[in-house]
Design a protein around this ligand. Sequence first.
Ligand code: EPZ
Length: 422
Amino acid sequence: MDSIRVKGNGALRGQIPIAGAKNACLALMPATLLSDEPLTLTNAPRLSDIKTMAQLLGSLGAEVASMQGGQVLALSSHDLSNLTADYDIVRKMRASNLVLGPLLARAGRAVVSLPGGCAIGARPMDIHITGLEALGAEIELKEGYLHAVAPRGLKGAVIEQRFASVGATENVVMAATLAKGTTVLKNAAREPEIVDLVKCLRAMGAEIEGEGTGTITIQGVDRLHGATHAVVTDRIELGTYMIAPAIAGGEVELLGGRRALLASFCDKLEEAGVEIAETDKGLRVSHATGRVAPVNVRTEVFPGFPTDLQAQMMALLCTAHGTSVLEETIFENRFMHAPELVRMGAGIEVHGGHATVRGVEKLKGAPVMATDLRASVSLILAGLAAEGETLVRRVYHLDRGYERLEEKLAAVGAEVERVREE
Ligand code: EPZ
């Protein structure tokens, strides 16, 4: 398992290109199942999760060709030979459950393993199931698998989600594109990745409106055709790299960044004393070396502060001029980065969904362990500002969501390298 070695090396300067969004691409790829015509995705990120999704779609009989070093994906699902998403793949990546809605809509049947436990929480699928059953699916849990059938096809319905689940919104919207009649999805998720998926579905001939608001209306059609779609910029990669100059000092331009993707996150960074300017190429983030002001953070569904940036923000606040409180409201166990940051000298106390961070002058490098994707990158960010060397183990977590991380950080002056371990 590889590790990444990072050493505090002072202020960062230069440009970091931001890739296409992992969490948009993982919903866009299953959309190929809705049509027997080819779907081409450009600006796709080069990540292990994308390869896993390609493997899953391949196991269903779809074809996924990766071109231009993985930046272009050519997908087609002319003949679906298998309608089962196997536990071995689904347990590695929860987003595999996004084949459920499309398979039900296209083939009237699907067998999808429940994802099983995940480091950050139980992550049940009740909201997905309730939504798809409202469209007429019959879903039964047998031996760890969801067996879903729609014997009379899917029928439009008015659905109100108990929580604005991103994945459930994606499954229901994709299924509803081929349902008979109109579906109104209330308390729908509003994330930019949902907006991006709807744009792609509309290019495929779907009739949808309201994306980005809490209510999405879908008029079912008989079939969808092929399309070409550019994956939206990854706002979580963007926010992650915005923390780098904030914690280490310096000035970095994030190419392709747009404030609209991360308004509440940018507001919080500015409250902490970080400067953010829109340029014609993206976002420029600067902060004189030194410490930021403490701020309180509460994660919420979009457009609130993103849960996927909570760990990264905590790393920044470990060296703030005072005490900050972070409240995690989306997942029940998403503070696993805290004990690792404490090993680096951070002053963090976790009580349930709240973490109190008392800022210290300097963190100290240490060997630390990656636990989940966003926790891992928060340790790298902390290492950029720590005295001495930090070795982050098990970086396969990182490779799921950050392409060429060490190259991107080294290009702006960070001392970071990948250590291959047998
Ligand atoms: C998506 O996961 C993202 N993943 C997550 O990013 C992100 O953290 C999450 O949305 C929230 O923004 C992808 O898009 C592939 P949810 P998803 O359904 O769809 C509970 C990353 O780091 N819930 O909005 O699984 C659930 O347990 C990943 O890139 C139910 O209770 O998120 C969680 O507590 C991590 N029942 C909360 O809702 C359900 O049926 C949010 O889940 C569904 C969800």
